[in-house]
Design a protein around this ligand. Structure first.
Ligand SMILES: [Zn+2]
Length: 411
């Protein structure tokens, strides 16, 4: 009689962010069953040779439904308004198949870049109806073998100013929407927009993830109203604001007050470096502002934060590869992060976004799903410094991709 070995798979000599020396990681039935310096067991082995194992990257904010649109619109988009109008015009012609194909392209790039969890924003309004939602639901199902996809449904073009949008949003929440978003700055009544989004969030018991603001004018904002509603509804830890570029325009004393307000009300901030750097500061003729909120500094002051992809190859951001290694490096570079802050920058695309999404089973720890990606480097800070290749990825213990290290052919 043969007995099943204690592990189905062992990763040997894995560097992890939490252990000083390489460890072995034993996997059983798709879960991490043991982590120790040397696991004794005869089973399938993968020797990582001291390379870094991470539990995968977590992208809290991406738009699969409007990705890969370059080539469909004929001109350069120089402002946020231009970009929204350009996508709005194209959106009417989106079909389920079209959204699915473009979304699949981005998901596959994200998978081979080491992303294992993702929250996509999905536009819901009378132009697109529920077609994008239908496509993204299919993507969630079809790529579940490699990536956990969560759907945040939101009215990109407003509620009070867009008749029919609310009914569609409710339909989306009844049929696949797992988080609700909003976009108060495009609404004719921003405070009513925010209140209605929170009403629906409570009614459907879902978290909130808002596109809060997207300019560098600190003379007005909706952050205070979001914090107020979060406290009123007892939604501490369940609310995120995206972009929040205004925070980058605040002088130190006002930033300190805003940071304390966000920390106290439990409102998280997602910074989207590629889009923020591309669209902000367009009015400047010289000394162009970065328009990038300093997420890792907010984290040091008690605010939950993530850095995420946002748009890929569309009028909002005409480049993108869905790589969070690249995004964290771009953020660190633009945010003046020093070497001793690189670990904090890596946190912004791993542990912190997992907590922001209230994921309870993320991380290289016994009992969690064996979601493991292997990078061609040996430490967390070097991920930011070197932009290493992501060599292989596993979802629930099953290998989902592998990339060969380059070979040099010396003369
Ligand atoms: Zn966005």
């Amino acid at each position: 009689m043969t007995t099943k070995p204690a592990f189905d798979l062992i990763f040997r000599n894995a560097a992890t962010r939490s252990s000083a020396a390489p460890v072995d990681i034993g996997v059983s039935d798709g879960r991490i069953a043991a982590i120790a310096p040397q696991l004794a067991c005869e089973t399938v082995e993968i020797d990582l040779g001291g390379r870094l194992a991470l539990p995968g990257f977590v992208d809290t904010h991406i738009h699969l439904d409007k990705a890969c649109l370059l080539g469909r619109c004929g001109h350069d988009h120089k402002s946020l308004g231009d970009a929204i109008r350009a996508v709005s015009a194209m959106k009417r012609d989106f079909t389920v198949e079209d959204v699915y194909d473009r979304g699949a392209r981005v998901i596959e790039r994200a998978i081979v870049a080491g992303t294992t969890r993702m929250r996509t924003h999905v536009e819901i309004d009378p132009r697109i109806g529920l077609r994008s939602l239908t496509a993204v639901k299919a993507l969630k199902r079809d790529y579940a073998w490699a990536l956990d996809l969560s759907l945040c449904v939101f009215p990109q073009e407003g509620l009070n100013n867009d008749p029919g949008a609310e009914e569609l949003l409710i339909a989306a929440l009844r049929d696949g929407g797992e988080v609700i978003g909003g976009c108060p700055y495009v609404d004719t009544d921003p405070n009513a927009h925010i209140a209605r989004i929170f009403d629906l969030a409570q009614e459907f018991d879902v978290d909130v993830d808002l596109h809060l603001d997207f300019d560098l004018d600190p003379s007005w904002w909706h952050m205070e109203e979001v914090c107020r509603q979060t406290e009123r509804r007892n939604y501490h830890g369940r609310v995120t604001i995206g972009h929040a570029t205004k925070l980058s325009a605040l002088p130190p004393d006002r930033l300190k007050a805003a940071t304390a307000r966000l920390a106290a009300s439990g409102v998280a901030v997602t910074v989207l470096p590629a889009t923020d750097l591309y669209l902000m500061g367009r009015d400047a003729t010289h000394n162009v502002p970065r328009g990038l909120t300093m997420a890792h500094r907010l984290v040091a002051d008690g605010v939950m934060c993530s850095v995420a992809t946002n748009n890929v190859q569309n009028p909002f951001t005409p480049f993108g590869d869905a790589s969070l290694v690249r995004m964290a490096n771009l953020y660190a570079n633009a945010a003046h992060a020093g070497i001793n802050e690189f670990d904090a920058c890596l946190d912004l695309v791993t542990d912190l976004p997992a907590r922001l999404m209230n994921l309870k089973d993320y991380g290289i720890a016994v009992g969690n799903p064996a979601d493991i990606v292997v990078l061609d480097t040996d430490s967390g800070p070097n991920v930011i410094a070197e932009l290493p290749d992501v060599l292989m990825g596993f979802k629930r213990g099953r290998k989902v991709f592998e990339r060969q290290r380059p070979t040099l052919f010396r003369p």
